[in-house]
Design a protein around this ligand. Structure first.
Ligand SMILES: Cc1cc2nc3c(=O)[nH]c(=O)nc-3n(C[C@H](O)[C@H](O)[C@H](O)COP(=O)(O)OP(=O)(O)OC[C@H]3O[C@@H](n4cnc5c(N)ncnc54)[C@H](O)[C@@H]3O)c2cc1C
Length: 429
């Protein structure tokens, strides 16, 4: 009899604990959803799940498998509670026991431009190919696989009189893999990257982020069996691959235009021009960071993203921008011992930023750790200081680093100019 009481007590305790946890989780999901809507961040960047309310029973299988914590259960149904973090892994689709999930591009409110590409990765402009996330399909493994396959198609085209068989634009996973395939097939190639590092989006993941990926074949190297791998390890591996294979990458070189010639294309960059029979665009979808266009911006002390706040210990830092990434950069650096942080924004107020960032910024400002200059603009960047104009007055601030977080210029208009056709998807597959 005593055992019965004991069993009943255990079962009741388990039910109570489970219910409490469940109620807490539901509340957290609701507040995350509310926050992302209020901050104007409820639109997923690209491929993402939608949930059929008639089929979804709120089993939660999708929430447990999502590596980015982007899905929750609200009112008993699956929903993207952290849409900005969804990168289209698709693990939710595979995990749903009721086939209630579809992966789509864009939403009713925000269309996503996806280029028309053949099975050979060729666009409607013969000779121009697209691989990786720019073509719509994200993820490290898919991008690398597409880069390899695109070169297989490109090598079938003879090089004619052009200087290069292929110019590859961008050195993220897709461009890197395409570069290796070019070496493997002995193509005359030029691989350019606008930044000073390889890795593309991976390079910009938060420090120590675990990338979820799957085995992939890289030409020359063979099958690479990464599953879950820390960002730093993956970048170290790719840099080793470049060393070992002698893959040539031209860093800090940005493609600015592509013109049709009799025999192929003339690819113009900030460093020169290349005649190529084919062009492979592996540029991802993040675009090119928006510049300030002020004297001194070409200096190496100007960067366009914060990677590691610790590196700015004891330095005078100017952050420019008014979005979450600018606020997050200013807040993170202000915690570093001995650093001074100024946040300059051209408008009169911060809109569309997370409440959490707004509060942390206010706290930092009150504590004198961050100086906020609204209605201000950078006029000149010099070796030891910067010139800023705020409300009609010019001021000189001591400066070691400028971090510009002013968003990116999407590649679509540039590619449309070349004649590449896009289809705008509003929540369709
Ligand atoms: C926060 C975050 C987390 C993620 N986590 C994962 C994960 O865990 N697992 C996973 O599989 N995927 C993940 N992804 C997605 C994955 O990183 C991308 O799908 C993948 O990097 C796409 O590769 P890509 O080569 O097509 O493009 P990108 O990685 O974007 O690389 C494109 C490159 O082209 C360069 N470029 C652009 N324009 C020009 C130009 N005009 N001239 C010269 N160079 C140019 C860029 O500087 C960049 O280096 C994540 C993405 C983000 C943002």
């Amino acid at each position: 009899m005593n055992y019965l009481y004991l069993y009943a007590a255990i079962i009741i305790t388990i039910i109570v604990l489970y219910s409490r946890r469940h109620v807490k989780k539901v509340e957290t999901d609701k507040s995350l959803l509310r926050e992302s809507i209020q901050s104007g961040l409820a639109e997923p960047p690209s491929l993402h799940p939608i949930f059929d309310p008639a089929l979804c029973i709120g089993s939660g299988s999708c929430t447990t498998v999502c590596p980015e914590g982007a899905i929750g259960i609200v009112n008993g149904k699956g929903v993207l509670i952290n849409a900005a973090h969804c990168i289209g892994h698709g693990a939710c689709l595979a995990a749903c026991p009721f086939d209630a999930i579809k992966l789509v591009f864009g939403t009713e409110k925000r269309g996503i431009d996806i280029p028309n590409i053949s099975v050979d990765f060729e666009t409607n402009v013969p000779g121009i190919f697209i691989a990786g996330e720019l073509g719509g399909m994200g993820l490290i493994r898919k991008a690398a696989e597409q880069g390899r396959q695109a070169i297989q198609s490109i090598r079938k085209r003879t090089s004619g009189a052009a200087e290069f068989d292929v110019v590859i634009i961008g050195c993220g996973p897709a461009g890197l893999s395409a570069g290796l395939s070019s070496v493997h097939h002995k193509l005359k190639y030029k691989l350019i990257e606008q930044e000073d590092s390889l890795g593309g989006a991976v390079y910009h993941y938060p420090r120590q982020k675990i990338a979820m990926t799957a085995p992939v074949v890289l030409d020359i190297i063979g099958t690479v069996k990464f599953g879950e791998v820390q960002k730093e390890k993956l970048l170290e591996f790719w840099n080793d691959v470049v060393q070992k294979t002698g893959l040539q990458i031209s860093f800090r070189e940005r493609m600015e235009s592509i013109e049709k010639t009799d025999d192929g294309f003339l690819v113009r960059t900030n460093k020169g021009g290349y005649l190529a029979r084919s062009v492979l665009l592996t540029m991802g979808r993040r675009g090119t960071p928006r510049k300030l266009d002020v004297p001194g911006e070409e200096s190496h002390k100007v960067v366009y993203r914060l990677l590691d706040p610790e590196q700015y210990k004891g330095q005078h830092v100017l952050v420019v921008g008014g979005g979450d990434s600018a606020l997050e950069a200013a807040i993170a650096i202000s915690d570093q011992p001995g650093s001074t942080v100024t946040l300059s924004y051209r408008s009169a107020a911060f809109s569309r930023v997370k409440q959490k960032n707004r509060s942390l910024l206010e706290q930092g400002e009150k504590a004198g750790r961050i100086r906020v200059m609204l209605n201000s603009g950078v006029k000149e960047i010099r070796e030891k200081d910067v010139l800023i104009e705020a409300q009609g007055e010019q001021q000189t601030l001591p400066n070691d680093v400028v971090i510009v977080c002013a968003g990116g210029l999407l590649p679509t208009p540039l590619l449309q100019k070349i004649g590449i056709r896009f289809e705008t998807k509003f929540g369709t597959e």
